[in-house]
Design a protein around this ligand. Structure first.
Ligand code: SF4
Length: 359
């Protein structure tokens, strides 16, 4: 589509949303579950196209944001005690722990390497051998199959000093909790995660909670189309799972990727920033892959951590608040000097508000 047609289509969708919204009394609040959607919505200035009665709030789909401070503490304590090399994706190194971030730890003599894939982390382990190398396992169903495939390769290759500290998360358990909230009327469902888990598996939103869910892509038109469908179902008082991202997401997702994931991992409880411990919402190693479990191999006492009570990340990740309600926003908390993870992550809501303005 050329840019002129794209603009026209966007305007047509925006007016459809406004016309539909006029037929509804009261506010409609929808959650964009995925951090990539948050960034895309702000980057394109889409919120300015919605009527006052249509509100979009962020959800728990930014993996760095939902990872608790205690996990950062755990990584640092483990690395310090066992002289381990920490490998991680970039955003995590700046997330504040109880006494500094991984960047602080590195400046004090710790070894922290930023990698671009789990396979890179294995190569770091080979180069560091026999020194233990610990990859920080943060992510959702989108990235976990790649980690699982990497562990299979590392096992076959006999890499003995490679470990993973797990903080993996799966999307359905928190979504069930959020779907029960009366002030959320529907969900813009995550496109990337859905490519793995499919669209059919979200049927509980309709069956158990009578709420609509639309799987959307990440281009401005994708998002407007998804919003149009959410508003339309809400106005009509109907609910369904609609897949508006069929060019990427199939009804049954990517079975091969899920098979690899569940060869290596099994469901386990996980602790989420903003939501606490949710049964079965994480993943633990199973079978021969338990040998990669850094938490089991390198025991360390990790005290409970406390978040800065002024930071609203927990409320932002559950759609209860927006960053402009935080007194630290843009003052004591900036991307250069973040107080909470929502200001660090490239998918964080506070980072999106800061970069593009609160529209
Ligand atoms: S602006 Fe900073 S302190 Fe406030 S909620 Fe966001 S990350 Fe937390």
């Amino acid at each position: 589509m050329n840019p002129r047609d794209e603009r026209r289509t966007a305007q047509a969708l925006a007016s459809e949303i406004k016309d539909l919204a006029r037929k509804h009394s009261g506010q409609m609040r929808f959650m964009e579950v995925c951090g990539t959607h948050t960034m895309a919505i702000h980057a394109a200035g889409l919120k300015s196209l919605f009527p006052e009665s249509v509100k979009l709030v962020s959800g728990p789909g930014c993996p760095v944001c939902v990872t608790e401070k205690r996990f950062i503490d755990h990584a640092i304590l483990l690395a310090a005690k066992y002289d381990a090399c920490v490998t991680t994706f970039g955003d995590l190194v700046r997330v504040p722990g109880s006494s500094g971030s991984l960047t602080t730890f590195r400046s004090e003599g710790g070894t922290v390497r930023v990698v671009y894939s789990p396979l890179d982390a294995v190569e770091v382990a080979v180069a560091q051998s026999p020194r233990p190398t610990v990859f920080l396992g943060v992510g959702f169903e989108t990235t976990i199959p790649t980690v699982a495939a990497t562990l299979k390769a590392a096992l076959a290759r006999g890499v003995e000093n490679f470990y993973v500290l797990p903080a993996f998360k799966t999307i359905h358990p928190p979504l069930r909790i959020l779907a029960a909230k009366d002030d959320l009327h529907g969900f813009l469902l995550p496109g990337h995660v859905s490519a793995i888990i499919g669209s059919d598996c979200f049927s509980y939103l309709v069956d158990d909670f009578h709420k609509p869910g639309v799987i959307g892509g990440f281009e401005p038109l994708d998002i407007l189309l998804a919003l149009r469908d959410l508003v339309s179902m809400t106005v009509r008082g109907t609910s369904a799972i609609v897949n508006d991202y069929k060019r990427v997401v199939r009804a049954d997702g990517n079975r091969a990727a899920r098979d690899i994931l569940y060869d290596v991992f099994e469901p386990a409880d996980a602790s989420w920033r903003g939501l606490g411990v949710i049964p079965g919402s994480g993943l633990a190693f199973k079978g021969p892959y338990t040998r990669f479990d850094a938490a089991a191999h390198f025991p360390v006492n990790v005290p409970e951590s406390k978040d800065d009570p002024r930071c609203l990340c927990a409320a932002i990740l559950t759609g209860s608040k927006t960053p402009d309600r935080c007194g630290l926003f843009g003052k004591e908390c900036t991307p250069e000097d973040p107080v909470g993870p929502c200001m660090v992550s490239s998918e964080g809501t506070c980072a999106a508000y800061y970069k593009y303005g609160a529209v």
